[in-house]
Design a binder for this molecule. Structure first.
Ligand code: 2IT
Length: 447
């Protein structure tokens, strides 16, 4: 494989699609050596096929706001790869959504889903709809309008969307209600992240954050360290950050910083149960302001405008919000303040310069596609429950999630151990996911 040649071709073909090109570059650089040991991959042009989505649906979404004004957004579903299972991945509602962003996320999803040990292909979808400042009724009307188009593209054995940034349990409820009306079928398996009384997995809301902490625990255990009493900074206050804060606190760590687009909240004594509960209120308000935490808990949480979570001295950094949210400068500031571990929970949360800085300075680093895979893995468990018309209790789901995160960590170690015994988790995760998808593509012929 000539990585540079492939990248040059993609850059010329997709100019300006920087996040997608960044994601592809990282995977190709990781797998190059292994790929070259398999001439059958080269012959079947596996990489050239794998970097292109199978198809992208684009559709207009028109809805009426509370003022009676007609609004139009664009909706997308990128069905990236179905070599090892039906398309699976979240829906993102955010003003910055473009087809290219969803392409990068669908590409990453393909490898992540392969790591979960479950049979799921990769997809991503969403819209440039901005939930900030929208009322509950506006959210509902938008979800209904979005599903008017999306329902034709999805199905329990075809493509199974879920939540992502801006799409949580509430949105999945509205989406499912409209799907059911259009399809005239109670097809529980068509979406995951459903409510507990109508086919949802009892642990799905917590799963991404919980899984991330289980992975972090395995990484620390391999490094001979313990999470107890360690200081943690995390970004965001959505569903993922909430699950991560809950589990980190339960394990005895101290979450001393959370952040939002407006700035950072420093919580010197560590986040409390009341504050963690309040994160849900902040998310549901659609205000998107972390300052609300400091207003609610004066004397305990201190807000600084315009600063990131990475400005607070901690042991462990957990980016939980958005891609490229941690820059090389942020990495330098973290390390200068004593940080020695960064587990990416957001998809591609760290910029390449930050990852290189961490790796070059012996900081433990693990990529989002391994660390956050517990979310989609629990979606996979939800699909199994729906297909079998059964429901597992929280303990059973948590046990399975534990087992999956342990297995993902083992795959990273298997494929990522360097000659000196340390682990390159980026390489390990990429090779493990790649080998599974590439083998399936090869066995299924040239299609
Ligand atoms: O990035 C992700 O893995 C998700 N947004 C969850 C996808 C899913 O299908 O549960």
């Amino acid at each position: 494989m000539n990585t540079n040649e492939i990248l040059a071709r993609l850059r010329a073909k997709y100019p300006g699609e920087n996040e997608y090109l960044q994601a592809v570059q990282e995977v190709l650089e990781s797998v190059e050596d292994v790929y070259n040991q398999h001439p059958e991959f080269e012959k079947a042009k596996i990489v050239e096929r794998m970097v292109e989505p199978d198809r992208i649906f684009t559709f207009r979404v028109t809805w009426v706001d509370d003022a009676g004004q007609v609004q139009t957004n664009t909706g997308y579903r990128v069905q990236f790869n179905s070599a090892i299972g039906p398309y699976k991945g979240g829906l993102r509602f955010h003003k910055a959504v473009t087809p290219s962003m969803l392409k990068f996320l669908g590409f990453e999803q393909t490898f992540k889903n392969a790591l979960t040990t479950l049979p799921m292909g990769g997809a991503k979808g969403g819209s440039d709809f901005d939930p900030v400042g929208k009322s509950n009724d506006e959210i509902m009307r938008f979800c209904q309008a979005f599903m008017l188009e999306l329902w034709q593209c999805i199905g329990p054995d075809q493509d199974i969307p879920a939540g992502d940034v801006g799409v949580g349990g509430r949105e999945i409820g509205y989406l499912y209600g409209m799907y059911k009306k259009l399809a005239r079928q109670y097809n529980t398996g068509v979406l995951t992240g459903k409510g507990g009384t109508w086919g949802g997995s009892i642990l799905r809301p917590e799963a991404t954050g919980f899984g991330a902490l289980y992975f972090t625990q395995h990484l620390l255990e391999k490094a001979g360290k313990d999470i107890k009493d360690k200081k943690i900074a995390l970004s965001g206050f959505g569903n993922v950050a909430w699950g991560a804060a809950t589990k980190a606190t339960e394990l005895g760590a101290k979450v001393v910083a959370i952040s939002g687009p407006d700035g950072v909240c420093h919580i010197p004594e560590g986040i409390t149960k009341e504050m963690i509960d309040y994160m849900l209120v902040m998310r549901a308000s659609n205000r998107n302001k972390v300052e609300d935490m400091a207003v609610k808990f004066p004397g305990k949480a201190f807000f600084t405008a315009g600063k990131k979570a990475w400005s607070i001295p901690v042991d462990i950094a957990l980016p939980c919000a958005f891609q490229n949210e941690l820059s090389e400068d942020d990495a330098k500031e973290l390390v200068a303040n004593g940080c020695w571990c960064c587990c990416e929970v957001s998809n591609m949360g760290c910029q390449p310069g930050a990852i290189h800085y961490f790796q070059d300075n012996g900081i433990y680093f693990a990529p989002g596609k391994a660390v956050n895979a517990g979310g989609v893995a629990t979606s996979g468990l939800e699909m199994t429950q729906n297909a079998e018309h059964i429901s597992w209790d929280a303990q059973e789901v948590d046990d399975k999630l534990h087992f999956i995160m342990k297995s993902i960590h083992e795959q990273c170690v298997k494929f990522g151990t360097r000659p000196d015994g340390t682990v390159d988790y980026v390489k390990g995760a990429n090779i493990a996911g790649f080998m599974k998808v590439a083998t399936a593509m090869l066995e299924q012929g040239t299609i």
